[in-house]
Design a protein around this ligand. Structure first.
Ligand SMILES: Cc1ncc(COP(=O)(O)O)c(C=O)c1O
Length: 453
C-alpha cells in the first residue's frame, strides 16, 4: 500500500517500492514538488515555481545544475562507443584525471584510487591506512560525517546514524573536533593507523578550525606515525575557494577523499588521493595488482565528467567566485540578521556557510522552542527549511549532525542577485520567527504531523 501521505501519483511507485518514509517526510515539510527543469542555481517545478538551490545536493552541484559543457562531454563520451567498463584494459582517462587531481592537490599526493561514492573513498582510505601502518586503530572527530557504509559509519559517533547497525568496526575512537590534547593522548598510544578529519566540518555544523590548530594536529599525527586523511568530500573541488579546504590551512595530508562535485552532478565518482608510499603498501606486487578494486571504478563516463568538471570550474574561475560570493553572502547575512537574538553566528568559507541559531530568551517562545527540541531536536530547523522553501522558494537544509545550523551552499555559479534573494528570504523568515506566534503555532502543527506518521 502506498503511504497515506503520498500526494503525487507520479511518485506512487517510488512511495511503494523505494522509500515511503522519505515521501512522507517531504509531504510533511510541504517540499514534495516535482522538478521538471534544473539549470545553474534554478530549479523549476511542474507548477512553474522557481526555486533557488542553496543546498547543491550537499555540495554536488558546484558547477551548477546540468552545465551544458558537462552534458556535451558526457554525450561525446557516449558517442565514442569506447570501452566504458571493460575492466580488461588500461583506462587512459583515469590516468588523465588522476594526474589532473594530483597536480591540483599538490603536496605529496601522487596516486589515486577511484570509486563511485564518498563512502567508498573513505572505506578505501581505511584499508590503505591499515595496510600501510600495520595498525588497526582508527581515529575520527566527534560529529564528523564520513558516509554510511559500515566502515565509514564506524568513523561517525552520532547515535542517530549508528543505532541498529552494529557492531561496527572495532578499534575506532573519537576526539572532540581538533582538541589537540585529546588528540595527542590518543595518538601517543601509537595504535592508530589514521586520523580522519574534515578540515571544515560540514554536517557537524560548518565548524571551522584555525590553521594553526590543524597544522599542529598534522604534526602530532606525523610524530606518532598516524596518517592524516582529509575528508574533502564536501569541501573539495573549489567549494570553499581553493581546490581543497586543506589549502586554506597549509595542510599536507597523507590522503584526501574527493567525491560529490567531482561528478559534475551527473555521473557518480570519488577519488582517494594518496602518497606513493601508501599506494605501494597495497599494490605491492603483480599478484596484488587488483587487491582493492571496484567494478565501476575508472569507468570512462565518470572519468570524463571529472575532467570536464575541472575544466568548467577553472575556466569560469569558480574557486575565486566562491571566495568572493561567500564573503559577500556572509557579510550581508551578518548585517541583516544582527538585530535577531536567535541568530548566534554566521560563519563559513567560500560558498559553504552556516547560520547558527540559539534558543530565544523571552519566556513564551523559549518554552515553544524547548518543546520542539523535546519532540525532535531537528524540528526547529525543519520549520526554517520549510518556510524558506514554501514562502521564499529557497532550498536548503540544516546540518545532519548539528540541527541548529542552517546550511547555505549554492552552486558556485550563483549570482549576486541570487545571493541577495537568499538574504532577503532568510531575514524574512527569521523576522517572523521573532515577531509572530504563527511561526510557533505552525511548528506545532508540523510536529504533530511528523510525530503521527
Ligand atoms: C564529508 C563527507 N564525507 C563522506 C560522505 C559520504 O559520501 P557519499 O554519500 O557519496 O557516500 C559525505 C556525504 O555527505 C560527506 O559529507
Amino acid at each position: 500500500m502506498p503511504a497515506a501521505g503520498a500526494v503525487s501519483p507520479a511518485c506512487a511507485q517510488y512511495d511503494r517500492r523505494v522509500n515511503p518514509q522519505w515521501v512522507r517526510l517531504l509531504d510533511a515539510l510541504q517540499m514534495n514538488v516535482r522538478y521538471t527543469h534544473c539549470e545553474g542555481v534554478e530549479l523549476v517545478t511542474d507548477e512553474g515555481r522557481r526555486i533557488l538551490d542553496f543546498l547543491s545536493g550537499y555540495c554536488v552541484h558546484n558547477a551548477g545544475h546540468n552545465h551544458p559543457y558537462l552534458i556535451d562531454a558526457v554525450k561525446a563520451e557516449l558517442d565514442r562507443k569506447g570501452p566504458g567498463m571493460l575492466q580488461s584494459h588500461v583506462p587512459e582517462l583515469a590516468g588523465e584525471l588522476a594526474a589532473a587531481l594530483c597536480a591540483r592537490a599538490g603536496g605529496r599526493l601522487e596516486k589515486v584510487f577511484f570509486s563511485s561514492s564518498g563512502s567508498e573513498g573513505v572505506e578505501a582510505a581505511i584499508k590503505f591506512a591499515r595496510a600501510h601502518t600495520g595498525r588497526n586503530g582508527l581515529l575520527a572527530a566527534e560529529h564528523a560525517f564520513h558516509g554510511l557504509t559500515c566502515g565509514s559509519l564506524s568513523l561517525m559517533n552520532d547515535s542517530f546514524w549508528r543505532d541498529g547497525f552494529g557492531p561496527l568496526l572495532p578499534g575506532v575512537e573519537f576526539v572532540p573536533f581538533l582538541d589537540l590534547p585529546a588528540l595527542e593522548k590518543k595518538l601517543s598510544t601509537r595504535q592508530f593507523a589514521a586520523f580522519f578529519v574534515e578540515p571544515i566540518q560540514a554536517e557537524g555544523g560548518i565548524r571551522m578550525a584555525d590553521a594553526e590548530t590543524l597544522r599542529q594536529a598534522q604534526a602530532l599525527c606525523r610524530q606518532y606515525g598516524t596518517l592524516l586523511v582529509a575528508d574533502e568530500v564536501q569541501t573539495g573541488m573549489y567549494r570553499t575557494g581553493p581546490f581543497l579546504a586543506a589549502h586554506h590551512f597549509g595542510l599536507d595530508p597523507d590522503m584526501v577523499v574527493l567525491a560529490k562535485a567531482l561528478s559534475g552532478g551527473l555521473i557518480p565518482v570519488s577519488a582517494l588521493l594518496m602518497t606513493e608510499a601508501i599506494y605501494r603498501s597495497v599494490y605491492s606486487s603483480l599478484k596484488r595488482s587488483i587487491v582493492h578494486a571496484s567494478t565501476f571504478s575508472e569507468n570512462s563516463l565518470s572519468m570524463r565528467v571529472g575532467l570536464a568538471t575541472l575544466e568548467v570550474l577553472e575556466r569560469d574561475r569558480l574557486g575565486a567566485r566562491a571566495t568572493e560570493a561567500g564573503d559577500r553572502l556572509r557579510s550581508r547575512l551578518r548585517e541583516a540578521l544582527a538585530p535577531y537574538e536567535m541568530v548566534k553566528e554566521v560563519r563559513g568559507a567560500g560558498l559553504l556557510s552556516g547560520i547558527e541559531f540559539v534558543a530565544p530568551k523571552k519566556l513564551t517562545p523559549r518554552a515553544a522552542f524547548e518543546g520542539f527540541m523535546a519532540i525532535h531536536p531537528g524540528m526547529f530547523g525543519q520549520i526554517l527549511v520549510m518556510r524558506l522553501f514554501r514562502d521564499h522558494g529557497l532550498l536548503t537544509q540544516i546540518c545532519g549532525n548539528n540541527f541548529l545550523v542552517l546550511k547555505a551552499a549554492p552552486p558556485l555559479v550563483v549570482s549576486d542577485e541570487q545571493l541577495d534573494e537568499f538574504v532577503r528570504g532568510l531575514t524574512a523568515v527569521v523576522d517572523v520567527m521573532h515577531r509572530s506566534s504563527g511561526f510557533w503555532t505552525e511548528a506545532l502543527g508540523l510536529a504533530r504531523r511528523v510525530v503521527n506518521i
